[in-house]
Design a protein around this ligand. Sequence first.
Ligand SMILES: CC1=C(CCC(=O)O)c2cc3nc(cc4[nH]c(cc5[nH]c(cc1n2)c(C)c5CCC(=O)O)c(CCC(=O)O)c4C)C(CCC(=O)O)=C3C
Ligand SMILES: [Fe+2]
Length: 395
Amino acid sequence: MSPFTGGTTESNLITERGRMAPKEYDAILLASFGGPEGQDDVIPFLRNVTRGRGIPDERLEEVSHHYRAFGGISPINEQNRALKAALEAELASRNIELPVLWGNRNWAPYLPEVLQGAYDAGHRRILTVTTSAYSCYSSCRQYREDLGMALVESGLDGKLEVDKIRQYFDHPGFVEPFIEGTTAGLAKVRSQLQPEDKVHILFATHSIPTRDAEAAGASAEEPREFAEGSAYVAQHLAAASAVMERVDPAAEWSLVYQSRSGAPHIPWLEPDISDAMEELAAQGVRGVVVVPLGFVSDHMEVVWDLDTEAKETAERLSMAFDRVPTPGTHHKFVEGLVDLISERTVANNIADRPAMTPLGPWYDICRPGCCANFRGEKPTIAGADTTVGTVAAGA
Ligand SMILES: CC1=C(CCC(=O)O)c2cc3nc(cc4[nH]c(cc5[nH]c(cc1n2)c(C)c5CCC(=O)O)c(CCC(=O)O)c4C)C(CCC(=O)O)=C3C
Ligand SMILES: [Fe+2]
């Protein structure tokens, strides 16, 4: 039996590789992280984010200063308003009549209220676009859980269908803006140095606990599927390779991590970007191009950890430094997201779905236990092992 047949209903007919049959969606939900919009929001926001996640108070204190330095305002909400407007314009230009709703996991507009509002407005089939591209608990399953919980808590489970587009780490709409940015960044850094000076490209992403990394994208049937032991790491390495093949196959690059939190005795993915820069400087590297491969927009992790901290590290080490833009509202990214929406509304073959790495195109419906975080089972949408967010045929 296919692993994708359990726990699904006729309306969620699943085809090969976790693909969902096309549906007539009646709304798009842009689902994001959320962020504070003023000094008074900072602490309540941080409490929302870290609820039950075992993050030490000292770390919260430290992170609150990053927000305080920006007037207590995270850039992420403004970026999502801009992305929503750009998606609306792109949908309209293709004559696709789907409203775009916006909801967050950790700040207003909160997901349960947005789903309730959607239901009250008459929507019944929602396709979610999340602002994260990779597979891991924080970037995929936690969105699926929070949407599942929102449905259960609002009494809408069984009444509202909620699906999500596939993780898009290797979709050309996500990768091509990085190719453009890395090409420009490399030229800029090289122009500040002598031709013989060594330059290194650092692909930066969010560190996660190694235990979460091992569970990322995993399937119960094939636990050793990914050579690096983690779909999160494998997806980043594959996307970075796809970028470098097109930018400069001979250039030196590596994958590094940032924004570690959690208790010090719990292992997280390494090396940290600053440690990597120290090491490179010691090896005689004179310039770095930092590619924020793990991030969709210039939110706090990018403007603080990269534009503030990593840049200062580069200055201290006398290295030339350039930080490549995130996809943001780049027209290719926006067009790519609408392509990802369209591939869920019209019949297509898996071969028609673009993917720039051998790992993709990723699943519409995650495999049982995918990205599980060992903190107990919660209802999730878009999984082969759950029925939350589905509606029985004829209901
Ligand atoms: C993989 C990943 C992404 C990328 C995927 C995606 O984009 O979803 C991401 C995005 C983001 N993370 C963000 C903010 C925070 N993340 C935190 C904590 C954590 N993140 C984690 C991972 C990730 N995080 C993890 C494993 C933790 C530890 C706690 C836990 O296990 O859950 C904390 C608590 C303090 C701290 O511990 O640093 C904050 C404030 C913001 C908003 C920024 C803004 O306001 O502009 C965004 C977009
Ligand atoms: Fe985070």
